[in-house]
Design a protein around this ligand. Structure first.
Ligand SMILES: C[S@@+](CC[C@H](N)C(=O)[O-])C[C@H]1O[C@@H](n2cnc3c(N)ncnc32)[C@H](O)[C@@H]1O
Length: 217
C-alpha cells in the first residue's frame, strides 16, 4: 500500500471507503470523550471524509492529512469552500474556516505540527495499512501526539485469510498491542455489520466493527 496505490484509487475514483454521511459511531461516541469546543482534532488519512465537516460543526478545529490532492480538492469543492494554500515542509496546507487539510504523507508529520491536537479521530486509517505500517502508524505517528490527547479508533474485524486488505482486519488484541503501552485503550462497542449494509466488505463470511476510546498517558 504505497502512495502510488492510493493515488491510483483516487484517479480511478475507486473510493468505496468514502461514506456520504459522517460515521455513525463518531456521532454516537464522540460526546463521551468530552473534547471541548475549540480543541484541535487530528484526522489522519482523512480522504474527503464528512467526519471532518461534522467535527468542525461541533466547534472543533480540524487538522487532516491526506496523500491525494484529488481527495483534498474534492473535499473543499464539495463543501463549497475556497481554501487558502501554503506550502511547508509537511506538504501543501489547504485552509478554510476551521478545517486545515495537509496534502502530504502522514508519517512526515512531527510533534511540532501535532503539538496542540488534543484529540484524534481514526476511521479507515489504521485498517487501511498493512501490518508493518500499522506498527509505524501507532508507534511513530501517534507517539507525536501530546499527553492527554484522546480520541476514537474505528476498526473492522473479519477472517483475514478470506481476503487481502485494505481494509485489513484489526482485532482487539492487536489494538492493545499497538497502543497499550502509551495509551489507555477501552473498547466502547463491537457490533456486526449486516451483509446488506453498503459498507460490507465483499468476499468475507462475517464482518464486525469496533470502536475504541484512546487516551494518551
Ligand atoms: C481507506 S481511505 C479512508 C479515508 C477516510 N478516513 C474515510 O473515512 O473516508 C485511506 C486514505 O488514506 C490516504 N493515505 C494512505 N496513506 C497515506 C499516508 N501515508 N499519508 C496520508 N494519507 C494517506 C489514502 O489516499 C486514502 O484517502
Amino acid at each position: 500500500m504505497d502512495a502510488a496505490f492510493w493515488h491510483q484509487r483516487w484517479s480511478e475514483n475507486r473510493i468505496g471507503f468514502h461514506q456520504d454521511a459522517p460515521t455513525p459511531l463518531l456521532l454516537k461516541h464522540w460526546p463521551v470523550l468530552g473534547v471541548p469546543r475549540g480543541a484541535r482534532v487530528f484526522v489522519p488519512l482523512a480522504g474527503k471524509s464528512l467526519d471532518m465537516a461534522w467535527l468542525a460543526a461541533q466547534g472543533h478545529r480540524v487538522l487532516g492529512v491526506e496523500l491525494s490532492q484529488l481527495a483534498v480538492g474534492q473535499f473543499f469543492a464539495e463543501h463549497g469552500l475556497q481554501p487558502e494554500t501554503e506550502t511547508t515542509r509537511y506538504g501543501t496546507h489547504y485552509r478554510a474556516g476551521d478545517i486545515e487539510l495537509v496534502c502530504g504523507d502522514a508519517f512526515a508529520l512531527d510533534a511540532d505540527i501535532l503539538r496542540d491536537c488534543m484529540a484524534v479521530f481514526d476511521r479507515a486509517a489504521l485498517i487501511a495499512l498493512p501490518p508493518d505500517l500499522r506498527r509505524r502508524y501507532a508507534g511513530e505517528l501517534y507517539s507525536r501526539l501530546p499527553a492527554g490527547c484522546r480520541g476514537l479508533l474505528v476498526t473492522l474485524e473479519y477472517p483475514q485469510h478470506e481476503k487481502d486488505g485494505p481494509p485489513f482486519s484489526v482485532g482487539g488484541d492487536e489494538v492493545q498491542a499497538l497502543y497499550g503501552r502509551d495509551w489507555r485503550v477501552e473498547r466502547l462497542e463491537r457490533r456486526p455489520i449486516p451483509r446488506k449494509h453498503p459498507g460490507y466488505v465483499e468476499g468475507v463470511s462475517k464482518l464486525d466493527t469496533a470502536v475504541y476510546a484512546l487516551q494518551r498517558n
